[in-house]
Design a protein around this ligand. Sequence first.
Ligand SMILES: [Zn+2]
Length: 190
Amino acid sequence: MIGLLLLGACNLGLQPDIHDATVIKSPRIEPTADIYEVGFLRRGPINQGSWKLPPDVRVCANAPITKQRVEKALDFWRELGYSFNEIYYNDVSRHCTEELFSYSTIIIDLIDGTHKEPALATTTTWIESETKRILKAKIVLKSRYGNVERILEHELGHAFGWKDCNRTGHIMNHNWGLSGLDTSGLEKAK
Ligand SMILES: [Zn+2]
């Protein structure tokens, strides 16, 4: 019920009800490999929420990434059982140019000036507290790193509600230098 209401609100450009949604800003993905302490529990990724319906993806015109690179990352998640609705490239719609609360949408854009070094990318995911439904996600990429392997795949993981994990070689490892293509634990539940 709530999902339908929220979808309806999307076109009106209403502000999010922050009392109902948990805003999860993922830790920045770091380019170097020294943040995990020895003896830190090694565990698989934890999921914090899921989309009610496959989300749209809007790649904003300023996003520092090629269409081919985005397609590759989307295919990576499709192979794990996830799906997307409409995909928009070179988007200059209000979703990209205004502070619109774009429900049911993953936005991919250029990182803005508020992000500090050495962030390569950051994802913010809005999750409804009670239902654990993901309402919206925004991925911002740093200009010179948008096309680098595994970065968008990792950030899309956050957009699907996955937290960082510290397993070496895993795509959800927060540390880019320690991450890899291991996807164990990420398959979408049927
Ligand atoms: Zn991360």
